[in-house]
Write a protein that binds this ligand. Structure first.
Ligand SMILES: [Fe+2]
Length: 266
């Protein structure tokens, strides 16, 4: 999920599974996956949440080949009752919230081309599986995803825009405080070399996790993030969703957005 709309035309074709639910990847695609996997696994230790690296291990992700959605799904089911579902690159918000409410993370199944190793606008399977799936092995994180999906499905369209901001500043670009210092956990950071460097460089602004501030903070999807929010634990964000979220979003709308920390998109 990248915050893009269905109107954006995908440059990649989504893959279709065979009758047994397997997706076909070429040897060239396995090589691209392996290169992406190696690069991030070399870079991330000491920069990402330990729970994330434990999740990579628990899911059995390796450099050898592009993982299969159904195998990730089975592993997650056994660990936290979470799961994944293969989807076309962009799905409508209602479907997105519905899947999350069932603890199912939507996964685009195409893989980027070698020319786009460093940057890809649409989320591909490297972003989805390597970025998002490891933390679904964490019970509190998986519970957060489920509660978030239920909120989105229940509150509907007038609330989705602010809920996407919450998703953006946690699931995509969240940072977490650990005994060893700040660590990344958002999928947009862990799956991107440039974002991982930027987020852990000490140059970016770090704010404590605060729902109201997040609901009022605009973001852009096409730049390195100028500000990140730092959580204390996954239990913290899960518990935060027990608040009156609809009431808070109404209040956030009344107060209006905080000044953006970036130039407007051209
Ligand atoms: Fe994502």
């Amino acid at each position: 999920m990248s915050g893009k709309t269905q109107a954006d035309r995908p440059a990649y074709r989504s893959k279709e599974p065979d009758a047994a639910g397997y997706y076909a990847y070429s040897a060239a695609e396995d090589t691209v996956w392996g290169a992406l996997f190696d690069r991030q696994m070399d870079y991330l230790p000491g920069r990402v949440a330990p729970d994330y690296l434990a999740g990579v291990e628990a899911l059995g992700l390796t450099r050898a080949h592009v993982p299969q959605v159904r195998e990730i799904d089975a592993r997650l089911a056994g660990l936290t009752g979470a799961g994944v579902e293969g989807v076309p690159a962009i799905i409508p918000p209602s479907r997105f919230f519905e899947l999350l409410s069932q603890k199912k993370f939507p996964v685009a199944t195409f893989l980027r081309r070698r020319e786009e190793m460093d940057y890809i606008e649409e989320p591909d399977i490297f972003h989805e599986v390597f970025g998002h799936c490891p933390l679904l092995t964490n019970p509190a994180y998986a519970a957060f995803i489920e509660k978030f999906g239920k909120l989105g499905a229940t509150l509907g369209k007038p609330y989705s825009w602010r809920l996407f901001r919450l998703f953006w500043f946690t699931v995509e670009f969240g940072m977490i405080r650990t005994p060893d210092g700040l660590r990344a956990f958002g999928a947009g950071i862990v799956s991107s070399p440039a974002e991982a460097e930027h987020a852990t460089s000490g140059r970016a602004e770090m704010l404590d996790f605060d729902l109201m501030t997040i609901f009022r903070t605009p973001y852009r999807i096409d730049i390195l993030q100028p500000v990140y929010f730092v959580i204390d634990s996954f239990e913290q964000i899960e518990a935060a969703l027990d608040a009156d979220i609809a009431g808070m979003i109404d209040e956030a709308k009344r107060l209006g957005d905080l000044p953006p920390r970036f130039e407007a998109a051209a």
